[in-house]
Design a protein. Structure first.
Lengths: 422, 422
């Protein structure tokens, strides 16, 4: 026999059953929270037309995409590929089924996406993403920005992590308006990139980078002051107003940020801050942007992100579909939680009871007992191996929380006894 | 803008949210039943080494497999492909993690598989498969054949279909032993294929086919008698014994079939028959084989199938892992149920309540009411569009079972009223 490599391929997740049970529980909690907030679940296919996935040219998409072809077909002709996120398929879905959908459409999508990343520890090529989006037709009230953020926060809170989660919130109109007001539109891309990096480098480096792109001392001072504003919404908004830049888009952004945070607070959420360093998807988001972090584990980076986009389906239709959405990268999140032991793995034996017939002649009664217990909504298995009772009990103790031994006496009396494992 | 084709690609499933909700419900019922019977869920990656998928040469696998490659890679070098079923990845999983698993391992796998089928109505290239398998190390008692069949039957019964489901059961040892006893081993492949076809053609054609491969009149009579035996296990087993063929494997098969059906009956299952026309995966199954049909819709063919295999991982290891398993092809099943209207779509509005603030000033109180109702475990959404109340209520009636209108009075009094839609 040829010796084959039986490890899962790099960048994919493969778990032992008892660990998978914890992952599945997180997945279920996400799904339950999305549903509880009124999001309708939709599954778009994993296979998509390459043309659709690449409609929006540029960026890393083309390099990252996996094309598929049958063995006897050539890659040149491959017109199909694997989705790399849920957003592009959702855009196609909305355009295709528009007349049969009710807008605003609150929609959740959960499933695998595929990205041609370089294999790296904790970096996935096949990744389970859990998205929520609200899509409007023509327009979409700001209220839904709150809807998305609170839904995602509830999902995280339901995980019962051993460390806090914080949502960092910003609004892209603020920086856009600020740069407009300062007549720096042409340097916008550079400034965005500097802000995006400002988190990972000391303030001097950020300052130097702003010098390098030729800002005046006054401009630089204002951008720097802006970058390091964070905390309570009132404080940040006040701080930005004090910069004295007049611009309509800036004002709009500040008003939106104020309203989003006001509603979140009114809705009893406390685990969020306003932070102007949040940029996210440069050419995509247009209003509210947010990301979740575990502040005690800052090196992990963002564990959830999203925001408002002006036009979901601009590459597929002339119709305007504004939306707001967010995504939990569950594979990566789970890897991190597992790695840092931030989630409880205790008592994750997924089976409630193992029915253990002593010999084959008790199998039939064992089935009856199992069915009775299962009828109460419990998970139960029958251990029907040819092993000695001791071996069967050892096996049972590994997979189940309790055992029910069935011998001649139990069969004769029609009884059974549940014995919990310690 | 370039006009693009936004339909989902052929051979994939894409549903409207209210239909997706029914699909998701079936999926959940399958998962619940698998869990209730003590199967541990496992997710192997969708991406697999081509080498692993093609370890077992021959058959249609090579033609049907989808290889993946990044845009800048050539197909020749594609060492990765999409799984076409859950069995091959499971074999790899068992070999890879053997030392950390408890045997017999009862395992379920649910997720998309990919097959390069020719596009056809109701034929999927991306298909959602729900498998259960019990894998032994070295040996595996016959009892687990019953475990798998009863688990799959319970899943089907939980669907509340408007038509009955019947499991047809056979045992491959019977035909193998019969052909051995008749000294027809060399014609086995031909006979299997004739039996497999016998269902779709009149008896004369089957008879002619048996003539063609050169059976003597006595041999032909015995094979024909065998083919058309079906019904109660006792009747079938008795009928086969009356053929007067002596063979050890034949006896073993008859004993196994008798015991499997005896236990199923003892376990209160009535919706199964014994049928010698069941062959299934020629070069794979070695004992019990079964498939489920909807007898009122015979043209649909099998909606679930499986059986006993001697050696799951023979291409990856010298160790012996016998197993028994079965699979529900949920995409195809759902297509059929939908097409023939065999499943209840009534009241599938997935959201329990829509909270409708009359104006923006009631948004905050609407959030509070929504949170309160959600706390009771209900799915609830807030309708915060800028539309008139009538339009909002029309929207609410389309997506939710009930509405809660919030106006100034409700806010002032701190009350709310739930109004069910008819």
């Amino acid at each position: 026999m040829k010796k084959m490599n039986t490890s899962p391929i790099s960048g994919t997740q493969e778990l032992l059953p008892e660990v998978q049970a914890v992952f599945d529980k997180l997945k279920q909690k996400v799904a339950e929270n999305y549903k509880a907030h009124g999001y309708l679940n939709v599954e778009t296919p994993i296979l998509e037309r390459t043309e659709i996935l690449l409609a929006k040219a540029g960026g890393d998409t083309e390099k990252q995409i996996y094309k598929v072809a049958k063995t006897n077909e050539s890659m040149e002709d491959a017109t199909e590929a694997l989705r790399f996120d849920h957003t592009v398929p959702l855009a196609r879905y909305i355009v295709e089924h528009e007349s049969e959908l009710n807008f605003p459409l609150k929609v959740s999508q959960m499933g695998e996406c595929f990205r041609g990343e370089r294999a790296q520890r904790g970096r996935f090529r096949e990744l389970y993403q859990c998205d929520v989006d609200v899509i409007g037709r023509g327009d979409l009230p700001l209220f839904y920005d709150v809807d998305v953020i609170s839904t995602l926060l509830d999902a995280f809170l339901s995980f019962d992590l051993k460390t806090p989660v914080i949502a960092r919130i910003s609004n892209r109109k603020i920086l856009k308006g600020l740069l407009s007001g300062l007549n720096l539109q042409e340097k916008a891309a550079d400034v965005y990139s500097i802000i995006d990096h400002s988190e990972k480098v000391p303030a001097e480096k950020t300052e130097a980078a702003l010098d390098e792109i030729g800002l005046s001392p006054d401009e630089k001072a204002k951008i720097l002051a802006f970058i390091y504003l964070n905390g309570e919404a009132e404080v940040v908004v006040d701080g930005i107003r004090k910069l004295g830049v007049e611009n309509e888009i800036l004002s709009e952004g500040l008003d939106e940020l104020t309203e989003v945070t006001r509603l979140l607070k009114a809705d009893s959420y406390t685990n969020f801050v306003v932070d102007m360093k949040i940029v996210r998807g440069l050419d995509y988001y247009t209003g509210t942007v947010f990301e979740f972090i575990l502040p005690e584990y800052k090196d992990i980076g963002s564990v959830c992100g999203g925001g408002r986009y002006e036009n979901l389906a601009e590459y597929f239709t002339e119709q305007k579909f504004p939306g707001v959405g967010g995504s939990i990268g569950l594979s990566r999140l789970f890897f991190v939680l597992n790695d840092k032991k931030l989630i409880d793995f205790v008592s994750e034996k997924p089976i409630e009871a193992a029915v253990v017939p002593i010999s084959e002649s008790e199998n039939q009664y064992a089935l009856k007992v199992a069915k009775e217990i299962r009828g109460k909504g419990l998970s139960v298995t029958v251990v029907a191996t040819d092993k000695k009772l001791g071996d069967k009990m050892k096996y049972a103790s590994k997979i189940a929380k309790a055992a029910i031994v069935i011998g001649e006496n139990e069969v004769a009396a029609g009884t059974y006894e549940i014995k919990k494992f310690n």
